[in-house]
Design a protein around this ligand. Structure first.
Ligand SMILES: NC(=O)c1ccc[n+]([C@@H]2O[C@H](COP(=O)([O-])OP(=O)(O)OC[C@H]3O[C@@H](n4cnc5c(N)ncnc54)[C@H](O)[C@@H]3O)[C@@H](O)[C@H]2O)c1
Length: 384
C-alpha cells in the first residue's frame, strides 16, 4: 500500500470509532502503526483494522518511518505527545482540545514551527457535507448578511453513572475526567466556536460565558456562550453534558441556525433536516452527520502532500477556540455566586443538598471570586 504513512497514538474511543476506520479508506493514506500505553488495546485495534505495526514502546512508534501522527490520547497528554513528534520529525493532527492551557498550546506551536512541521487541530465538524454547504451558502449571500448564529448541543455524555466490575453504581469516570478537564465548552463547544469563526470568516471581539450547574463540579455542566464577531454578527453557543443525564430514555438536541438579513439556514441532527428559507422560497438541502473523519483525513493528506492547508484547521484555530471556551468557563465560575433575590445561589443550594454525590475533591472548597487563572491551576493539578 502506498501513500503517506500515518501512525495513531492512543487507541481509545475516538480512534476506534472515528480516525481508524476513516484512515483505512482515504486514498493516499497508509494506516501504518498504532501505539497505546494499554498494549492489549493497541493489539486489538491492530487486528481489527489490519494495521501493519503495533509497537510495544512509544520509542519504537516514534522511530518508525511514519510521516505523520494522529494524536488521540486524552488532552493532558497532548503536550508531551507533540514534543515527541517534533523531536522525531513527524507532522501532527491532534485531537481537541489541543492542550490543558494556553502556555502549553503556544509551546506546542513553537516547537513544531521550529522543526518545520505541521500542527493541525482535529475539528472534524468542519468536514461534514452540511457544514461545508453552510460555508458556501454564507459566502454566496444565500441568507443576505449573517447577523446571528444559534448553535446548540445538549446531551448527557453517556450518562451520569456507570457500573464497576462488582455491579456497583459509580460516577461515570468518563464524565468525571471530562468535567475536570474543563467541562462541556472546552470538550465539545470548541467545535461550535470553530464553526462560527470559520463560517463567518470573522474573529471574536468580545465574549460572555454563563453557567448552569445541574451537578456540582467546579466547571458548569451546562453553558451559554455569547460571542460578538468583528463583522457585527452574534453567536450563541449552548452546550450541555447534563441534558437527560439521569433519564432512562435520554434525548439529545443538536442544531445550527444562521439568521441573516434575507432568511435562515437551519440544520437539525436529530430530525435529519437541513433547510434554507429566504425570499426565493425554501430549499431542502442534503443532510449529513455532523462529523466527517474521512473528509478531514482527505484534507490532511492533501496538506501533507502539497503543504496547502486549504480549510484544514490550524493550531491557531485550536488555540483560539480553546482560549474562548476556557475563558467562558472561567467567567461562568467567577459569576456563580450571583443570587436572585430571595433564592439561594447554586453553591449554597449545593452545600445544603449535595454530600454523597460530590465527585470532585475541589467541590465547595474554592472561594467564589476565583482569579482568571484558576482553571489553569486546576488543569495543572489534574495532570499530576
Ligand atoms: N472530535 C471528536 O468528535 C471527539 C470525540 C471524543 C473525543 N475526542 C477527543 O479525543 C481525545 C481522546 O478521547 P477518547 O474519548 O478517545 O479517550 P479514551 O480515554 O477513550 O482513549 C484514550 C486512549 O489513549 C490511551 N493513552 C492514554 N495516555 C496515553 C499515552 N501517553 N500514550 C499513548 N496512549 C495513551 C489510553 O490507554 C486510551 O486507550 C480527547 O482529546 C478527546 O477530547 C474527540
Amino acid at each position: 500500500m502506498s501513500g503517506k504513512k500515518i501512525g495513531v497514538l492512543g487507541c481509545g474511543m475516538i480512534a476506534e470509532l472515528g480516525h481508524l476506520p476513516a484512515l483505512k479508506h482515504v486514498a493516499g493514506i497508509s494506516l501504518h502503526a498504532v501505539y497505546d500505553v494499554n498494549w492489549n488495546r493497541a493489539l486489538e485495534m491492530q487486528s481489527r483494522f489490519r494495521i501493519p505495526h503495533a509497537f510495544p514502546t512509544e520509542k519504537a512508534f516514534w522511530e518508525s518511518d511514519i510521516d505523520a501522527v494522529v494524536i488521540c490520547t486524552p488532552a493532558p497528554f497532548h503536550l508531551a505527545n507533540v514534543l515527541q513528534a517534533a523531536q522525531y520529525g513527524k507532522h501532527v493532527l491532534c485531537e481537541k482540545p489541543l492542550a490543558m492551557n494556553e502556555a502549553d498550546i503556544l509551546r506546542m506551536m513553537k516547537v513544531m514551527e521550529d522543526a518545520g512541521l505541521m500542527l493541525l487541530t482535529g475539528f472534524t465538524y468542519r468536514f461534514s457535507g452540511s457544514a461545508r454547504a453552510i460555508h458556501r451558502l454564507v459566502r454566496s449571500g444565500a441568507i443576505g448578511e449573517v447577523r446571528g448564529l444559534r448553535l446548540n448541543y445538549l446531551w448527557n455524555l453517556h450518562g451520569k453513572w456507570s457500573w464497576n466490575e462488582n455491579g456497583e453504581r459509580i460516577a461515570s469516570p468518563l464524565r468525571v475526567g471530562r468535567m475536570l478537564e474543563g467541562g462541556p465548552m472546552v470538550d465539545c463547544g470548541v467545535h461550535q466556536i470553530d464553526l462560527a469563526r470559520w463560517w463567518l470568516g470573522s474573529e471574536v471581539e468580545w465574549q460572555r460565558g454563563i453557567g448552569v450547574w445541574v451537578e456540582d463540579y467546579q466547571a458548569p455542566d451546562h453553558l451559554y456562550l455569547h460571542m460578538g464577531h468583528s463583522c457585527g454578527a452574534h453567536t450563541m453557543v449552548e452546550i450541555s453534558f447534563s441534558y437527560n443525564a439521569t433519564s432512562r430514555e435520554p434525548r439529545t438536541h443538536f442544531q445550527y441556525e444562521l439568521i441573516g438579513s434575507d432568511g435562515v439556514i437551519r440544520y437539525n441532527r436529530e430530525e435529519h433536516s437541513f433547510e434554507l428559507r429566504n425570499s426565493h422560497g425554501t430549499q431542502w438541502l442534503a443532510w449529513h452527520p455532523e462529523k466527517n473523519f474521512a473528509g478531514m483525513h482527505g484534507e490532511f493528506v492533501h496538506a501533507l502532500s502539497t503543504g496547502d492547508l486549504r480549510d484544514m484547521p490550524t493550531a491557531k484555530d485550536g488555540l483560539l477556540a480553546t482560549r474562548i471556551a476556557r475563558l467562558a468557563t472561567e467567567e461562568a465560575i467567577r459569576d456563580r455566586e450571583r443570587t436572585s433575590q430571595d433564592h439561594p445561589s447554586t453553591m449554597a443550594r449545593a452545600a445544603n443538598t449535595v454530600t454523597s454525590e460530590v465527585t470532585s475533591p475541589l467541590d465547595l472548597e474554592e472561594p467564589a471570586d476565583l482569579p482568571p487563572s484558576m482553571l489553569s491551576a486546576l488543569f495543572e493539578r489534574t495532570k499530576q
